[in-house]
Design a protein around this ligand. Sequence first.
Ligand code: AMP
Length: 413
Amino acid sequence: MARKNNNHSHVPIKDVLNKLTIEELNIKGKRVFIRADFNVPLDDNLTITDDGRIRSTLPSIDYAIDEGAKVILASHLGRPKGKVDPRFSLAPVAKRLQRLLGKEVIFAPDCIGPHVESIVAKMKEGDVLLLENLRFHPGEERNDEEFAKALASLADYYVNDAFGAAHRVHASVVGITKFLPSAAGFLMRKEIEYLKGTVHNPVRPFVAILGGAKVSGKIGVLENLVDKVDKVIVGGGMAYTFIKAMGYEVGDSLVEAEMLEFAEMIRKKLVKNNVKFYLPVDSVIAQSMEAGSETKLVTTQEIPKGWRALDIGPASVKLFSEALQDAKTIIWNGPMGVFEMDAFSRGTFGIAHSVADAYALTIVGGGDTDLAVHKAGVSDAISFISTGGGASLQLLEGNELPGIAALTDRKEE
Ligand code: AMP
């Protein structure tokens, strides 16, 4: 695995974020409300199975503690639909956080109200309080002004470090910023620096690898990147819509009929822009997606009726990997096949290794691709793995996220 010699974004943060950041607030002795994304996976015993999201917020929490703030943390967990539901309590997060911080984390049984206010009133500098699940109140997802105001009344400053929730217009993400000076936390800043900064001013050659099930899920990303990248690699289910649009048969592979025209339009635009465009040349096919079903390796032009492509083949992995050789920046979003099943995981893992080996700034968009690089055992060799699925796609689409837009503007020096 290559050692990363270039694992910092080279784009100054002020070029891509004109908002206050946590370091610009004077938080000593102040109550700081940090919106985190502690939406962690839990098993049936309510044990946290992956605490990555908690760990990624530690820089902001540690900083606030060291600065002598009274640190009030808030998050959502799951979808309790505006009602108290013990299965979605943040109590396990409080415990894990306590262990990670090595100091007491006070846990409040609610996120607003007189009881919480009395706990906050007793906090001392450096104390850490975690509020109960914001989504136990219907006002959170409705962006209710009264609820936002009640949250804001607990604090002097607001910091948003919940990148994974930044695309949501919710009370703790958007509404609350009306009442408090509001800044980005370190994780939020890093996400913007990498995802937005890279697309804004990439070191070239700049290669985008796109995969996953559908073209329709990546329309905005394709449209935004089409005149910014040097190479585009498309794998996964979405590749077969492109191949079909070029006039080839793809058997029973996933094809979105309503996306055929769009796929051809994007391909032509890429050609016009002199962007090199790569599609799978071979595929692993099966008649059904069931485990144990017979598989075959064929060239992509030879997928028979009744068979569907569920992974890219070794020749495609080689072709794509060669295309990554000279890359200086790589963004990867979406698996190359149905990697959840062993029989169709090799393409995705092969590309994960090639991305990890590249002497490039490598950025992985959240969700499935994050899981794939972890499963492939190469996550440590990736420059940056986004913590937000939907939010990272939105940034790659060039959209402004509501949770970032709502923060306080930085004054020009
Ligand atoms: P997305 O959320 O659009 O990134 O899609 C991720 C999903 O795409 C994963 O669950 C994969 O199993 C699925 N996927 C990848 N390749 C294929 C394929 N060739 N056919 C069907 N589904 C696929």
